[in-house]
Ligand binder design. Sequence first.
Ligand code: ATP
Ligand code: MG
Length: 368
Amino acid sequence: MPLARLDISHLRNLTAVRFDPSPHVNIIVGENGSGKTSILEAIHLLSFGRSFRSHKHKTYIQYEQPECVVFAQLEQDQQPRIPVGIKRSRDGAIEVRIQGRAAQSVVELAERLPVQLINPDAFRLLEGSPKIRRQFVDWGVFHFDDRFINAWRDWQKALKQRNSLLRRGKISANLLAAFDQELIRLGEYVNTARKAYVAALTPHFESVLQQLAAGLSVQLNFFQGWDAQKTLSEAIEHSYQRDIDVGYTNTGPQRADLRVKTPSGDALDTLSRGQQKLVVSALKIAQGQLLIERGRQLVFLVDDLPAELDANHRRRLCQLLESLNSQIFITSVGPDSMDFTWSDQTDVRHFSMNQGELSQASKGLQES
Ligand SMILES: Nc1ncnc2c1ncn2[C@@H]1O[C@H](COP(=O)(O)OP(=O)(O)OP(=O)(O)O)[C@@H](O)[C@H]1O
Ligand SMILES: [Mg+2]
């Protein structure tokens, strides 16, 4: 569902920004510090209930303001638009509204508005801890398998309870065994769903990467979190004494990782910065393709497109994004680096950002 009519108030330097984005390509150009990333941050907030720049909500609420608000209308085929909104208050309160009613949680918005972000921090997906890659996989599974979110939550709860028992020590084998049954059942579910997802993602990733960076050889290996020759039950039984000794659960889906490899080793150690950005972009676009294939729509946020990419690779990325037929928001410091020629059929809207004010620029103006 593309976003129509966005209303942002008191988010960083965006005091009151209202605009009608294109359902397809939106290009936002402006100087450093003008507020481009903040526009993407507002859309991300609407989908995830949090920013991608900071976990501290106080950092993005405008100085001296009690709250920031983002509103939008979600467009649907032949149906009235759905108004959605989020309000974050300085005191920590979070309010999500969908069609005039309070939503149960931010997950309701995430389901309706899947958002993919490609930004200069993207290589953190390769560089960061396995947790970041698990989150990447789980985001995909969440949109792929309707039952995943509940199984995942229950599994997390069971794992936390087990760890808290282990931490306190002196647990009876019977009590632990009772916990383990549920933990294993849920953990197996989480793992099976993740494996099915990675298997579906892999061919998309390979084909997108070929389009973005032909000849680059990169493989995805999913590590489930324990010895692949063992069932989860066997693995847990095997590490029982160790778990008691160290006071937490050593083995299971909480150790899973999506390993990204080249023929000479970890992608992180062998690929150039630009190649890393292309690999991460391919992963994210592949996730998007998989959703689109299943009849869903999503929004792509591409912050600072030119960062790390040469003209040829920028064009390839734009070409690929255009072919997805999704709504895209691209930011760039200068129009010169946005030299891609979009098809005449593509609804491209150009915006310029100036000290927190957004204005739509006519195409002719951009070209002159
Ligand atoms: N809480 C806040 N309240 C008010 N202004 C803020 C707040 N946090 C950041 N700012 C300012 O808001 C602006 C945010 O800019 P943003 O990061 O969106 O710029 P940008 O156009 O993406 O710049 P760049 O090209 O450097 O990436 C900056 O000028 C920043 O100093
Ligand atoms: Mg920025």
